[in-house]
Design a protein around this ligand. Structure first.
Ligand SMILES: [Zn+2]
Length: 458
């Protein structure tokens, strides 16, 4: 599996252009360098190198002392220079692994390169006129390519691997890895072989798959297609294939190029890099707890179900929120339910203290769960505490006499002596009884509660 990840950087890989947002107007984040003008000199982006080292460390890769960039030559209209700066034989890092579902998937290499531009085709069937446009905002955007060994055995495993990788990249802060924004694209290489055979079959490569769902379905389709081809006496051709979401099938794009087709040679405009060992150790020391160990720790420390622990530990922000809220006294299972059910789907993240306060308000019956949901949203948007919001909206106050009556009657039953005293003329004990009511039901409207109490005592 090859995965292309856009590291979190402000600028492009070899120039000072800012990285464009998805909907920025075309060709507004470009300069002489990323447009491939002659005579310009690229400069290596330190933040991209740093993200690549953090990723390598999290994937337990070796980081060789020396690394260099190479030119990968090919002609395509989205590539103004006529070559892409990539890394060929001396990548940033090699020989790591990622554990997925208890199995080690070996990582062959993580290297840095630059993205290409984007072609937009516009057609006019009626006039038989077609036009193509090029947007070079993405040209030169940094990419990390993470290549695994052929250790993945099924569509499920491939999807789980990509999801685990996303969690890891987010945890170490190397990338936001948002597939919808094209920040993580998967390219599975697929081959099949007879059971018991060691030799890998001829592979096809599926390009630029940008959702976990598509990845899963594309692999299932491609395995079946290869199986049918071979079983009917045909062959599998080594090629690059696309995935059509609409038709739910893969289709041939071009026959696969081999390394020699690219005429790789060392990029003469960039110096080879010698990565400072001290820097690497500094980054290693700064790595946060990774998703896999955090998952098992959350499960054991808080007796969470494995699925809850996986969902929460898979997202560093949610995991931090969970730990902050439980530290502030919120019960673990309820906190997990609120995070998975309410926080994760909206993507609006409160502080741990506020979430704990909200869970307490719902837990002790001060507000209903529905009210809790609204209070949570408002708390995230305004930054105010749930208690403040509850007080302001008067959510906490139950003014319905029939609801209050049940609580007040229970208090009367539980305090026969105070009731006797009251009826003998010691009217000030009504305040003590009201206190009891307030303890049992903080949401009771004090004025209505007092009137009802006096009526029931009379
Ligand atoms: Zn530029």
């Amino acid at each position: 599996m090859e995965v292309h990840v856009q590291p979190k950087t402000r600028s492009k890989m070899f120039c000072g252009c800012s990285v464009a947002e998805v909907n920025d107007p075309p060709n507004t984040h470009v300069c002489e360098i990323c447009l491939g003008m002659p005579g310009v000199l690229p400069v290596i982006n330190r933040a991209a190198v740093e993200a690549s080292i953090k990723t390598a460390l999290a994937l337990k890769c070796e980081i060789p002392r020396h690394t260099k960039f190479d030119r990968k030559n090919y002609m395509y209209p989205d590539l103004p220079k006529g070559y892409q700066i990539s890394q060929y034989d001396m990548p940033m890092s090699v020989n790591g692994f990622l554990e997925v579902g208890g199995r080690k998937v070996r990582i062959r290499r993580v290297h840095l390169e630059e993205d290409t531009g984007k072609l937009i085709h516009a057609g006019d069937e009626l006039h038989k006129a077609w036009e193509s446009y090029v947007d070079l905002n993405r040209a030169g955007v940094p990419l990390m390519e993470i290549v695994s060994e052929p250790d993945l055995r099924s569509a499920d495993e491939a999807r789980d691997y990509a999801m685990e990788l996303r969690s890891l990249l987010r945890a170490v802060g190397a990338s936001e890895a948002d597939m919808e924004k094209g920040q993580l694209r998967a390219e599975p290489n697929i081959s099949i072989r007879p059971a018991g055979s060691d030799a890998l079959g001829v592979k096809t490569e599926l390009k630029n798959i940008n959702s976990f769902r598509a990845l899963h379905r594309a692999i299932i389709f491609e395995v079946e297609r290869q199986q049918k081809a071979l079983e009917s006496g045909g062959t599998v051709v080594q090629e690059t294939r696309g995935w059509s979401e609409a038709e739910e099938r893969t289709f041939s794009q071009r026959s696969k190029e081999f390394a020699e087709d690219y005429r790789y040679f060392p990029e003469p405009d960039l110096p080879p890099l010698e990565i400072d060992r001290g820097w690497i150790e500094e980054l290693r020391a700064g790595l946060p707890e990774l998703p896999a160990p955090r998952r098992s720790r959350l499960a054991t420390e808080h007796a969470l179900p494995a699925t809850d622990a996986a969902l929460i530990a898979g997202d560093r922000i949610l995991a931090d929120l969970f730990e902050d809220a439980t530290r502030a006294g919120a019960p673990a299972k309820q906190t997990a339910n609120w995070i998975i059910g309410e926080v994760a789907p909206t993507g609006k993240v409160p502080s741990g203290k506020n979430l704990a306060e909200l869970i307490k308000l719902v837990g002790d019956g001060s507000i209903t769960r529905d009210q809790g949901r609204e209070v949570l949203m408002e708390s995230v948007e305004t930054g105010r505490t749930p208690a403040e919001i509850v007080a302001e909206h008067g959510y906490a106050q139950v003014s319905d006499p029939s609801e209050l009556r049940v609580i007040i009657e229970a208090v009367i039953d539980a305090n026969p002596k105070a009731v006797d005293d009251y009826r003998r003329g010691k009217t000030q004990v009504a305040n003590a009884l009201l206190n009891e009511i307030r303890k049992k039901a903080p949401q009771a409207n004090p004025k209505v509660a007092r009137e009802l109490l006096l009526k029931l005592l009379a």
